[in-house]
Design a protein around this ligand. Structure first.
Ligand code: AMP
Length: 301
């Protein structure tokens, strides 16, 4: 079943303890789409400026991502610069330049409006709401956000959370939004804002899936010795999670558990190289191989 995503398509500059990259392909919707493309047909809605390199468009096309909803306007592309210190779980934003997103009014091609699966990747919550309004009764809606929007647009974010099924965020964002540093307490507060399920990502400590009754699935990250760049790991997790759900159309508890595992596996590839480079050269058999290795690690006897 098809999967629609709105979010940022960006030009990123990133510095980690292992090196730096300037003006590389990035953006929440970019990582999400490439990750989900291994499972299902992804339709992307976003805006870039006239300066967006053609080779990046080609990279997205090669993953069979539908780009009819990718507007190219005369302005400049969204830019983000971030730095990671030794704690690779925390991105320090150096700048966020919204550029083309400042005046963006999303146009959804008619055939996209019937998409049963919708992911509102990290972007201005007012834009996430605008897209949600235009899609006809989706079966499952998930969304992400980040400290930038929690701080700058709290009311719009709260309005959005009333209307979605699954909220996917990381632990520091959950703390910022709830004012709680205990994840169970944070999830209770976030449930009071509306979502039916919450996934809290905890970097190399893995992810927890919460239902209103409490945590119902907790899984560790796939451990690796060499991590080069954690940028996009959260969006890549969401792409694996939503990609698996829309491929299988399985919205029961075992389906959600397996989707969290696929999210975890996809994120583990993302961090192995700068930007989306590792995901771009990833093969399906490598995903299956790592999934099996991980299954052996976490199996219960
Ligand atoms: P992640 O590491 O999964 O949280 O996502 C990193 C991606 O999010 C980068 O490629 C950025 O271009 C993008 N990004 C950073 N800040 C924002 C923002 N305020 N709104 C939308 N996307 C953003």
């Amino acid at each position: 079943m098809s999967l629609l995503v709105v979010g940022s398509v960006a030009i990123d500059s990133v510095e980690t303890p292992f090196g730096k990259r300037e003006e590389a392909l990035g953006g929440s919707a970019t990582y999400f789409s490439i990750s989900a493309s291994f499972f299902t047909r992804v339709k992307l809605v976003a805006v870039v400026g006239a300066d967006f390199p053609k080779k990046y468009i080609q990279q997205l096309k090669k993953k069979a991502i539908a780009l009819d909803g990718l507007e190219i306007n005369t302005g400049k592309t969204f830019r983000w610069k971030g730095k990671y210190l030794d704690d690779l779980n925390t991105a320090h934003t150096i700048y966020t330049k919204l550029n083309a997103f400042e005046s963006f009014s999303p146009k959804i091609p008619d055939e996209y409006k019937k998409s049963p699966y919708l992911f509102l990747a990290n972007i201005d919550p007012d834009l996430q709401i605008a897209v949600l309004k235009k899609v006809h009764s989706p079966k499952l809606v998930a969304c992400d956000s980040m400290n930038f929007w929690i701080t700058n647009k709290p009311q719009a974010l709260k309005k959005l959370l009333k209307k979605i099924d699954i909220f996917i965020i990381n632990d520091s964002e959950a703390m910022l939004l709830s004012g709680e540093n205990n994840m169970l307490k944070a999830s209770k507060y976030i449930f009071s804002l509306g979502p039916k399920k919450i996934i809290i990502k905890r970097g190399d400590s893995g992810a927890i899936l919460f239902a209103k009754t409490g945590a119902f699935f907790q899984t560790p990250a796939y451990l690796m010795e060499k991590i080069k760049d954690p940028t996009g790991a959260g969006d890549t997790f969401a792409g694996g999670f939503m990609g698996y759900l829309s491929k299988t159309n399985r919205l029961d508890e075992p389906g959600f558990r397996k989707a969290v595992i696929y999210g975890t596996i996809m994120a583990s590839f993302c961090v192995q190289d700068f930007g989306p480079n590792r995901l771009i050269r990833l093969r399906k058999d490598e995903i299956a191989q790592r999934f099996n290795a991980y299954k052996n690690l976490v199996a219960h006897y």
